[in-house]
Design a protein around this ligand. Structure first.
Ligand code: NAP
Length: 461
């Protein structure tokens, strides 16, 4: 793949890339089937992605007619990278085996290794015989909705198709690699003003937040709506805050430290709650929630915006759902897409039904929603929230940082791009949108790192 990397950097044309041979193997980050029980009996926090993620050569699969080979320039860590690499809530090999039973093409995925990664920026190298809209040489970003268009439900909303999957999580050959195979209907144009790593980190989290808040399928935020956002500087939350601001709403961002609250201020979020400093204890023990703490939290929200939130943007799950249902405005909406802290949820149903609130479910995004979100990024209305960039060899370390909530925004991973900052082709547009806005999360992470090394040096001195 090194030859492809050199050719892309040298500006090779599509026909030139197409004339180059696809290698028989490529470098990838993967977990192994024979290690899927390695953490059995360990507490979740002790399961270490650095032990489970391997970097090595894997065989190149055959290309199906509706697929393309892409040279992956950069990828990203998502929380599903964490789930796969700690084998929770279940090993992902079951998903691959199920896909393997579907068809001859599905059988390629049921292997003894699982290549991770559900985001990427890339260059198209080859197109299958049924691909119409893309050509070798196209610079793309990849969304992770792996759609079955033979299910009638997919034609209403592809997320409703019975065997809809998430690429790189429920399918093999994900983006944390030098090469990937993806369906042509996962491709979107790469924003020309962004680097490979800035454009690689957005699709999964940004499109998920878009569907939750903006698209036709979930909360459908209106101008002026107030939206309480958990994990407001995290992967989902960092895009949710921007979507609310961009759509004329009022975000209230919940974070767990003063540093993160400061970052929210720089993002333009006026109302922030530092859950660490406030010390909320919604659960007084593992089985009992404390309604007084929900009230204390609700009072805090009212003290900031003078009202209860129209929408609560939920994903922590068991820890927060009781509080989320409680604080939502009468007639308001709780939109949920995840349950990081536990999926067996408890809330007081009286607060839901008597106050006419709705809980709405959401999961990733259909192609149209992902495309609409990519357009907002391309227009410079929504910025990438890349905070740090790792090499492919450091995938396990990066996933470990996300597992332990040591990050802000998104962590990028360089695959064929050998250094950060490459891949920008429209510098004038970048200048117009503003370097400061595009690099806000990266600059904040760098300033935190500089401050902590100053403290370290002072302590050592
Ligand atoms: P992330 O980057 O780790 O951000 C999540 C943030 O949530 C954390 O930074 C943390 O922020 C906050 N948080 C974590 N545990 C919490 C708790 N117990 N109580 C309150 N806040 C808590 O992860 P992400 O990418 O945003 O993903 C979040 C979840 O959504 C994951 O479970 C992921 O698998 C899921 N997800 C689902 C979809 C989908 O399509 N269904 C798509 C993307 C992600 P503070 O510490 O600052 O509060």
């Amino acid at each position: 793949m090194k030859q492809f990397a050199d050719a892309i950097v040298a500006g090779a044309s599509g026909p030139e890339l197409e004339a180059m041979p696809i290698p028989e193997s490529f470098r990838a980050a993967y977990v192994r089937r024979d290690e899927q029980t390695m953490f059995e009996g360990s507490a979740s926090a002790d399961k270490d992605p650095r032990e489970a993620v391997h970097i090595g050569e894997v065989a190149t699969p055959e290309l199906a007619p509706d697929e393309v080979y892409v040279a992956v320039m950069a990828s990203a860590i998502n929380f599903n990278t964490v789930w796969t690499s700690i084998f929770e809530p279940m090993p992902t090999f079951g998903f691959l085996d199920r896909l393997g039973r579907e068809s001859r093409w599905g059988a390629r995925h049921a292997l003894d290794y699982h290549v991770l990664g559900s985001d990427a920026s890339a260059v198209v190298l080859r197109c299958g015989s049924a691909v119409r809209n893309w050509r070798p040489g196209d610079r793309v970003v990849i969304h992770c909705n792996y759609v079955d268009d033979q299910d009638p439900a997919a034609h209403e909303d592809s997320m409703k198709a019975s065997n809809q999957r998430i690429w790189g999580f429920e399918s093999n050959f994900g983006g944390l690699a030098d090469l990937s195979i993806v369906k042509a209907n996962q491709l979107m144009p790469k924003p020309a003003h962004l680097s490979w790593e800035e454009s690689a980190v957005n699709a999964l989290c940004a499109a998920t937040s878009y569907r939750m808040l903006v698209g036709d399928n979930a909360a459908r935020m209106k101008q002026g709506d107030s939206v309480l956002i958990w994990g407001a500087t995290g992967g989902l939350g960092g895009y949710a805050c921007q979507l609310v601001l961009n759509g004329g709403g009022v975000p209230i961002g919940v974070v767990s430290s003063a540093d993160k609250a400061e970052l929210l201020g720089q993002l333009g979020v006026e109302h922030t709650i530092d859950r660490g400093a406030e010390g909320y204890r919604f659960w007084s023990d593992p089985h009992t929630q404390d309604e007084r703490e929900w009230r204390r939290f609700g009072k805090k929200v009212r003290s900031l915006i003078g009202d209860d939130p129209d929408i609560v943007f939920e994903h922590p799950g068991r820890s927060t759902m009781g509080a989320s249902v409680f604080v939502t405005k009468r007639g308001g909406k709780i939109v949920t897409c995840a349950a990081t802290s536990g999926y067996m949820i408890e809330y007081d149903n009286r607060h839901l039904w008597m106050r006419l609130k709705q809980i709405l479910s959401s999961h990733f995004a259909n192609y149209a929603e992902a495309w609409a979100m990519n357009r907002l990024i391309d227009q410079g209305r929504i910025q990438p929230i890349l905070s740090k960039t790792f090499t492919l060899d450091e995938t396990g370390l990066a996933a470990w940082q996300v597992h332990h909530n040591l990050h802000e925004g998104k962590l990028g991973v360089l695959c064929l791009a050998d250094e950060p900052g490459q891949g920008i082709t429209d510098h004038e547009k970048r200048e117009r949108i503003g370097e400061d806005r595009i690099t806000l999360f990266a600059r904040h992470a760098a300033s935190l790192e500089a401050a902590s090394s100053d403290i370290g040096n002072a302590a050592a001195g």
